[in-house]
Design a binder for this molecule. Structure first.
Ligand code: 13P
Ligand code: SF4
Length: 327
């Protein structure tokens, strides 16, 4: 057997897993990188964490730990291996480093950013505190470590309301996602001061998109991520983080579902639920899509790009993330 056919034979069980969403013609090039990545993980004593928006050949074939932002943060804390490679965006790699600082944390592409993280700086947070003295700052994890360091506590889309209400105060500043903050405000009596950051993926969905899909696909259940504008969430049947959406599908087995979120999410959930019809539209996140199998392979071969956080920033940012995880 030649080297290429040996690789195909070794990776055949993995192709079986993703064959509903990966074309046969695509597989040989994926297989070679996957085979190399599995070997490199053993050599480097590395684990790969992958967000739900990673493509199926990453999510289902090389990742050791998968989930939403909250699950990835929690699981990063307990990683015992020497190296954590984040198949996700930069703030997720920073959060893993904050929570498990003795490990080498790698991100395959330093430019895998986030429009929310870019919408606010540490100086902006200090300005908000001056304008609203004494009001606690709840910061979405989709931010830099420097912004987290200026915050009282972090939240994710999976726990935002619980975090806001845990503080026992009448008013909070919630940044930087204006829509997430407005969606939480609609469910709580706590007053919420917002910032004007938006996710460039979720802000593009409109109520008209939802109505159009309902007309063309009778009986479709619509699940919206809370980074969508409030008028889109109002048109949906249910709203929740990527993990909450996945759980909803697993528990309810809808005949047809529309996930108003990033495109790979539907592919990854579809692999697990062939009985469910996943209706589009979806939007691609250009930052998440900077992560690829060749990029992961190169990152493990060359041990780059290592995530480094200024220790003075890290100590304060870690407190905000750990306070969240304690709730
Ligand atoms: P969750 O996976 O926490 O729902 O976050 C979505 C997101 O946009 C992450 O970048
Ligand atoms: Fe940021 Fe939105 Fe991309 Fe998530 S989907 S990384 S929130 S730009």
């Amino acid at each position: 057997m030649g080297a290429a056919s040996e690789v195909l034979a070794r990776t055949a069980p993995l192709y079986d897993r993703v064959k509903s969403v990966v074309l046969p013609a695509e597989w040989p090039s994926f297989a070679e990188d996957i085979d190399a990545i599995l070997r490199l993980k053993r050599e480097r004593n590395a684990v790969i964490l992958a967000h739900n928006y990673q493509t199926p050949e990453i999510f289902h074939c090389v990742a050791d730990i998968v989930g939403d932002s909250l699950a990835l943060a929690r699981r990063a804390m307990d990683v015992d291996a020497d190296v954590i490679l984040m198949a996700g965006v930069h703030f997720m790699a920073e959060t893993a480093k904050l929570l498990n600082s003795s490990k080498t944390v790698l991100i395959p592409d330093l430019h895998a950013g986030c429009s929310l993280a870019e919408s606010i700086t540490a100086a902006d947070v200090r300005g908000l505190r001056e304008r609203h003295p004494g009001v606690p700052v709840v910061t979405y994890v989709n931010t830099s470590a420097a912004v987290k360091a200026e915050s009282d506590i972090c939240c994710t889309s999976g726990n935002a309301r619980a975090i806001v209400e845990s503080l026992g105060v009448p008013e909070v500043i919630m940044l930087p996602d204006e829509y997430l903050a407005q969606n939480v405000a609609a469910e709580t009596s706590v007053r919420i001061i917002t910032w004007n950051g938006h996710c460039e993926v979720h802000e593009r969905f409109t109520p008209a998109d939802v109505r159009q899909v309902r007309e063309g696909h009778p009986g479709v259940v619509v699940l919206a991520h809370p980074e969508c504008p409030p008028d889109v969430v109002a048109e949906a049947d249910f709203s929740g983080s990527t993990a909450v959406m996945q759980d909803w599908v697993a528990r309810n087995h809808p005949a047809r579902v529309l996930l108003l979120t990033e495109c790979s999410m539907s592919d990854n959930v579809a692999v697990l639920h062939p009985e469910v019809e996943f209706v589009r539209p979806c939007n691609l996140c250009p930052h998440m899509k900077r992560i690829s199998l060749p990029g992961i392979r190169q990152a493990l071969e060359e041990m780059r790009h290592e995530v480094v956080i200024d220790p003075a920033v890290a100590v304060r940012a870690r407190q905000a993330v750990e306070r969240m995880l304690a709730i």
